[in-house]
Design a protein around this ligand. Structure first.
Ligand code: GLN
Length: 249
């Protein structure tokens, strides 16, 4: 467990849990957890970060959950534990706990993942999406329109994901492949659960997504509305702005 304490008096303690950092954290996805914890601190709250490993007790009192990408083999290694903590995750999702699941964990938050090797990994069904592995990988920079504004990131997946009827995407693809390279959808969002293929990691370049997650988590943690600090993000804004200009003009 690590704790980040704000400079002034703390407005409250927000508990973040990162699921399976050993098995599911490729392409720097651990950076999402670091960016969130640091932003929680900069907003004047204390961030308590816990790693959840297979077989360990699960913190079902977490205010915010994160998960990253992984190889098909990493996904298979966490299946048994996901089965154990699945009921808690489903009930937390229903209850409105904010969650950000990237790539491999996004696929496992869906209904099922059919790997290119013919394995079927059952998902949690928190997001109404189904994924099938392909021979072709979808790789490259991505730009999306989302309800949080323009979001940029980088995708690298062979899984092709289809949304169920009525399932909201995370965003609309302006450049890149997204869920399947065909329907211009990217990721999925239900209530406060976001699934996305975007690495980068996603949050450092898109702090407005961090703030949306933190706002909900802060309210759950303190019972009071989120009290944001007035933060400046010149580097993130420049990084995102450059990628948007390069990809969509
Ligand atoms: N194994 C999955 C795929 O390639 C997930 C990859 C990832 O998490 N980057 O579709």
């Amino acid at each position: 467990m690590s704790t980040l304490v704000p400079d002034g008096p703390s407005k409250g303690t927000i508990t973040l849990v990162h699921l399976y950092p050993r098995e599911m954290s490729i392409y720097g996805d651990l950076g999402n957890t670091r960016a969130l914890a640091s932003r929680v601190r900069r907003h004047g709250y204390t961030a308590e970060v816990h790693d959840h490993h297979p077989g360990a007790d699960f913190r079902d009192d977490a205010h915010l959950l994160l998960g990253g990408g992984g190889q098909d083999s990493g996904q298979a290694r966490v299946e048994a534990d996901l089965d154990v903590i699945g009921p808690a995750l489903r009930s937390m999702a229903r209850d409105g706990v904010p969650m950000l699941m990237i790539c491999g964990m996004y696929q496992l938050f869906g209904r099922s993942f059919h790997t290119v090797g013919g394995q079927v990994l059952p998902g949690l069904g928190i997001l109404d999406v189904t994924t099938r592995g392909n021979d072709k990988r979808m790789i490259g920079p991505v730009c999306l329109d989302t309800e949080f504004g323009r979001v940029v990131g980088y995708e690298n997946h062979s899984g092709s994901t289809v949304l169920g009827d009525g399932q909201e995407p995370f965003g609309r693809v302006l450049s890149g492949q997204g869920n399947n390279g065909e329907d211009r959808t990217e990721g999925a969002r239900s209530h406060h659960v976001i699934g996305s293929y975007l690495h980068g990691p996603l949050l450092p370049a898109n702090p407005m997504v961090s703030d949306a997650l933190i706002a909900v988590a802060a309210e759950r943690a303190t019972g009071r509305p989120f009290e944001p600090a007035d933060l400046d993000d010149p580097l993130a804004d420049e990084a995102r702005g450059r990628q948007v200009r390069r990809l969509v003009g």
